[in-house]
Design a protein around this ligand. Structure first.
Ligand code: G3P
Length: 215
């Protein structure tokens, strides 16, 4: 399973990359807005730190605008993946960019048919938003399971990138449901190697050793 960090904050990206298990980065307009920095400039900085896929979202919502921005973003670095909304216009842009050899991440996916259509259009990644589905009292993980089954039924190669992950339990469930990738906020990455029994156990090992041998 690949692990991406969902942020545009360079310091968080560097800290996550230092762990040695970071495979990519996703950004979106809300995350860039928090950083108050030019989107293109920050993408260039991110691509210097992380060599895996870096998702760069377009701001345009019409086909021509998405194509123009998508081509521009793709020139920033060879690991840029153009992120497009899962709309009709986005689907058309996905197919056209795919035909030009530019990989895409189809975002804001909330139902299985969007995932089916973008796979047919050659998307590299599809991003179902788990947390936002849970927010409206539905089951985000059910969407991951359905997309997994559809892609397996037909052998689609589009990777399922579980997004809008809010806590470690989401992460465990995504791994069990067979998501190919999870994009995770830094706060969740920080929790992924934590367990109180690990800390207590380590403390006891060291205390026992000290008691026996001093030091
Ligand atoms: O990758 C999508 C993600 O940034 C959305 O997360 O928590 O705003 O729903 P959230």
């Amino acid at each position: 399973m690949d692990l991406y960090i969902d942020t545009a904050n360079l310091d968080e990206i560097k800290q996550a990359a230092d762990l040695g298990v970071l495979d990519g980065v996703t950004t979106n307009p809300s995350l860039i807005a928090k950083e108050k920095i030019d989107y293109g400039k920050r993408l260039g900085q991110i691509c210097e730190v992380v060599k895996g896929p870096v998702s760069a979202e377009v701001i345009a919502i019409d086909f021509n605008g998405m194509m123009k921005e998508g081509r521009e973003r793709a020139k920033i670095a060879e690991n840029i993946v153009v992120k497009l909304p899962s709309t009709v216009e986005g689907l058309r842009a996905c197919k056209a960019l795919h035909d030009e050899g530019i990989p895409t991440n189809m975002t804001l996916c909330f139902q299985p048919l969007q995932a089916l259509m973008v796979a047919k259009a050659g998307a590299f990644l599809v991003s179902p938003f788990i947390g936002r589905i849970d927010d409206i009292a539905e089951d985000g993980m059910d969407l991951i399971r359905k997309i997994r089954q559809i892609y397996d039924n037909y052998g689609y190669e589009t990777k399922i990138l579980a997004a809008s992950i809010r806590h470690p339990k989401h992460m465990v469930e995504c791994a069990l449901a067979g998501a190919d990738v999870a994009t995770v906020p830094f706060s969740v990455i920080q929790q992924m190697m934590k367990h109180p029994l690990t800390d207590v156990g380590l403390e006891k090992f060291l205390a026992d050793y000290k008691k026996a041998f001093g030091g």
